[in-house]
Design a protein around this ligand. Structure first.
Ligand SMILES: [Zn+2]
Length: 136
């Protein structure tokens, strides 16, 4: 999605405000559920590390991935067939056949946290400004 700044520049204040008010309740509900599940996972003793970077090209993974190993585990973080290191660089490393899967009981949504959203917006606005400047 484009940032709100770009949305406003393209469609004007009125349409941007309508769109914002339409989306926000859903986004905040999903964020609240994600935080609630994160809290439950931490209390249940999961590592719950998250690889997702707000800025594209740094690390990898998806916003709903959480480490499903117990807190204080050794080696890479892992949910299901993916692993990542402390820097968030992810890789596919399937669990050997016959071994039990590694997963948390709570499914997160892909909604970014507020901080990630702000970081992404700042990055995108900067990138678009650079692109506009190079086009002129
Ligand atoms: Zn972990």
């Amino acid at each position: 999605m484009a940032t709100w700044k770009q949305q406003r520049a393209t469609y004007g204040w009125r349409r941007t405000a309508v769109e914002y008010l339409r989306r926000q309740p859903r986004i905040w509900r999903r964020r609240a559920v994600n935080r609630w599940y994160d809290l439950r996972a931490v209390l249940a003793g999961y590592c719950n590390n998250q690889p997702y970077p707000a800025i594209p090209g740094e690390g990898g993974g998806y916003a709903h991935w959480r480490c499903a190993l117990k807190r204080g585990h050794e080696g890479m973080h892992r949910p299901r067939n993916y692993v990542w290191n402390a820097g968030g660089h992810t890789d596919n490393l399937p669990i050997p056949h016959g071994q039990p899967g590694v997963d948390q009981p709570w499914e997160r949504s892909m909604t970014m946290t507020r901080r990630q959203d702000r970081q992404r917006d700042r990055w995108m606005n900067r990138r678009y400004a650079e692109m506009r400047a190079s086009r002129d």
